[in-house]
Design a protein around this ligand. Structure first.
Ligand SMILES: [Fe+2]
Ligand SMILES: [Fe+2]
Length: 332
């Protein structure tokens, strides 16, 4: 989902590359990982900072719609599960900010870019979670779509990013299952509970499809990102996989995917389905989704409220450094 805004020009041809760039591309083609201190083209560094940064922002902004329900979880067990899941997302943000920092950008810079609106996060988190069924739908569909996107990224060429993805994917599959488990419970409940589950599916289906980004034919195809193995699959490939995986799960729940055009296509071995409303997607990305302002305000407030703590840490680090220097001088 986090690759959805990463636009890029066509890949450079061999004739346009410098000898250094050719050697770099050959390393990637051989499946070698690129590590932070090694030479890399400036475009590779910049694209990765944008992609990993957006991904990190999505993890921490993604805590907000679910955090909203921790205090209202229906049982103690559900509360514990949701707490663990929301904490995992904070951890994902931290691994990813750390991975981005190895590329020469500070966490403060990345957060400043989020707060000013210069950097984006996944469009999905600008939709509200209205009731408990939405928490099920988010785990099932949103974390499900995230896994679809992130599993291939475990093979991405940048070492720290790929290693972060391996750990994140393990946790994401737990997130997806806890969401599906909530849906199973609701669908086996009263007719009203089942209707809530259906309503949540109706509202989250198309926003989940949007998470993979615009259609390949309409988007600037990121040939360069594919050549660099920063992006492994196209948006449409991932969306197709997601639909094919999710439709049988919806059937098992006894729910209806809100798409009249959904049919199995024997020839392609996958489902035909309706495209989401892309004008809605671009509106949300532009800042006009139902919760954009609320999400960003919550992040900015968290940053401002944490100022005293950051200042305290810096003051402590300063004193520790002064003590270390004084001890060094005394020892000489
Ligand atoms: Fe996550
Ligand atoms: Fe997750």
């Amino acid at each position: 989902m986090y690759a959805q805004l990463v636009k890029s020009e066509g890949a450079k041809s061999r004739e346009e590359m410098t000898p250094e760039e050719i050697a770099f591309q050959e390393r990637i083609d051989r499946g070698e990982k690129i590590e932070p201190k090694e030479w890399m083209p400036e475009g590779y560094r910049k694209t990765l900072i944008r992609q990993i940064g957006q991904h990190a922002h999505s993890e921490i902004v993604g805590q907000l719609p679910e955090g909203n329900w921790i205090t209202r979880a229906p049982t103690l067990e559900r509360k514990q599960i949701l707490l663990a899941k929301v904490q995992d997302e904070a951890g994902h943000g931290l691994y990813l900010y750390s991975a981005a920092e190895t590329l020469g950008v500070s966490r403060d810079e990345l957060l400043a870019a989020l707060h000013s609106g210069k950097m984006k996060y996944s469009s999905i988190f600008n939709y509200p979670t209205l009731n408990w069924a939405d928490i099920g739908a988010v785990g099932w569909l949103v974390d499900g779509a995230a896994i679809m996107n992130q599993v291939p990224l475990q093979r991405t060429s940048f070492g720290p990013y790929s290693r972060a993805m391996i750990r994140i994917c393990k946790e994401e599959s737990f997130h997806q299952r806890q969401g599906y488990d909530i849906m199973m419970k609701m669908c086996a409940g009263t007719p009203e509970q089942k209707a809530m589950a259906q309503d949540a599916l109706n509202r989250f289906w198309y926003p989940a499809l949007m998470m993979f980004g615009p259609s390949d034919k309409d988007s600037v195809h990121s040939a360069q990102s594919m050549a660099w193995k920063i992006k492994i699959n196209t948006n449409d490939e991932l969306r197709q996989k997601f639909v094919d995986q999710t439709v049988p799960q919806a059937r098992y729940l006894g729910l209806t995917v809100p798409d009249e055009n959904l049919t199995w296509n024997e020839d392609k071995g996958g489902h035909d389905f309706s495209e989401p409303d892309w004008s809605e997607f671009f509106e949300v990305i532009a800042g006009n989704g139902p919760c954009n302002a609320e999400r960003l305000n919550a992040r900015v407030k968290a940053w401002d409220d944490g100022a005293w703590f950051r200042e305290g840490l810096m003051a402590h680090a300063g004193k520790a450094e002064a003590r270390r220097r004084a001890a060094q001088v005394a020892a000489e």
